[in-house]
Ligand binder design. Structure first.
Ligand code: UDP
Length: 239
C-alpha cells in the first residue's frame, strides 16, 4: 500500500461484547474473522498492533457479584474470560496468516505466555500482533484500564477504543435522538461530564501520561485503517 501511516504502534481495545455477534453470549467466529481482516490491513502497512480484549460477552465480576457471587472470584472469572477471547482471536488472526501472540497478566504456563513488557515490545517490533489478556491481573479493574496501562507501557502512540457507536455523544444516541457527537474531548471533559466513554481509572491514567484515546465504531468497514492513516473517525480524547 502507498498510504502513509500516521501511527507506528497502536493499542486497540475490543470489548468482549463485540465478539458475540447475533447471540447474546459467547464468541462468533464470523465476527472474529471480520476483525482479523481489519487488523490485517494495519499489519499490511506496517503498523504494530497491541490488542486488549474484554470479557463481557462471557463474565463480568460486577454482574456475577450482583447475582450473589463473591466479587473477587467474579473478577477472576472475568479475567479468565478475556483469556478465552484472546485465544479465539489469535486463532482467527492465524487463520488469516497474521502472526500473533497471547500474553496473560496471570501466568498460565502451557497455554499462553506470561506478560512481559520487553518481550511484548520485541514481538511487536517483529510485526506480530500481541494480545494482552487477563486484564491488569487485578480485581476491581477493567479491560479499559488494562488497555490504557499496556498502551502506556509499550509506548503505543494512541489507544483506539472500538465500540458499537461511532464516537462519544452528548447523550446515549440510542435513547436520545437529539444527541450529538463530539469530534474531540479533553480528559477533564470526559471525566466531568460522566459520558461513560471509559471508566474513570482508565481516563485518569491516560491524562496522567498524555496518552490520546480515540473512540470509534469497529463494525464500520475500513474505519480502523482510516484512523491509522490520519482520518477523523469517531471522537478523539486528548489534553
Ligand atoms: N477484570 C478484572 N481486572 C482487570 C480486567 C478485567 O477483574 O484488570 C474482570 C472484571 O470482572 C471485568 C471482566 O474481567 O468485568 C471483563 O472485563 P471487562 O468488563 O472490562 O470487559 P468488556 O466490557 O470490555 O467486555
Amino acid at each position: 500500500s502507498s498510504r502513509d501511516k500516521k501511527y507506528k504502534r497502536i493499542l486497540l481495545k475490543l470489548s468482549g461484547e463485540e465478539l458475540m455477534g447475533e447471540e447474546g453470549f459467547g464468541i462468533d467466529p464470523k465476527v472474529l474473522d471480520k476483525m482479523a481482516l481489519e487488523i490485517g490491513q494495519l499489519v499490511g502497512i506496517g503498523v504494530q498492533v497491541g490488542l486488549v480484549i474484554g470479557g463481557g460477552n462471557l463474565f463480568r465480576g460486577a454482574a456475577l457479584s450482583a447475582a450473589g457471587l463473591d466479587r473477587v472470584t467474579g473478577d477472576h472469572m472475568g479475567m479468565l474470560a478475556t483469556v478465552m477471547n484472546a485465544l479465539a482471536m489469535r486463532d482467527a488472526l492465524e487463520r488469516s496468516n497474521i502472526s500473533s501472540r497471547v500474553m496473560s497478566a496471570i501466568p498460565m504456563s502451557g497455554v499462553v505466555d506470561h506478560y512481559d513488557r520487553r518481550k511484548a515490545s520485541r514481538f511487536m517490533d517483529n510485526g506480530e500482533v500481541v494480545i494482552f489478556s487477563a486484564g491488569t491481573g487485578n480485581p476491581f479493574f477493567t479491560t479499559d484500564s488494562a488497555a490504557c496501562l499496556r498502551g502506556i507501557e509499550v509506548n503505543a502512540e494512541i489507544v483506539l477504543k472500538a465500540t458499537k457507536v461511532d464516537g462519544v455523544y452528548t447523550a446515549d444516541p440510542m435513547k436520545d435522538p437529539t444527541a450529538t457527537k463530539y469530534d474531540m474531548l479533553t480528559y477533564d471533559e470526559a471525566l466531568e461530564k460522566k459520558l461513560g466513554v471509559m471508566d474513570l481509572t482508565a481516563i485518569c491514567l491516560c491524562r496522567e501520561h498524555d496518552m490520546p484515546v480515540r473512540v470509534f465504531r469497529m463494525d464500520k468497514a475500513g474505519a480502523l485503517l482510516n484512523i491509522v492513516v490520519g482520518g477523523d473517525e469517531g471522537t478523539l480524547i486528548v489534553e
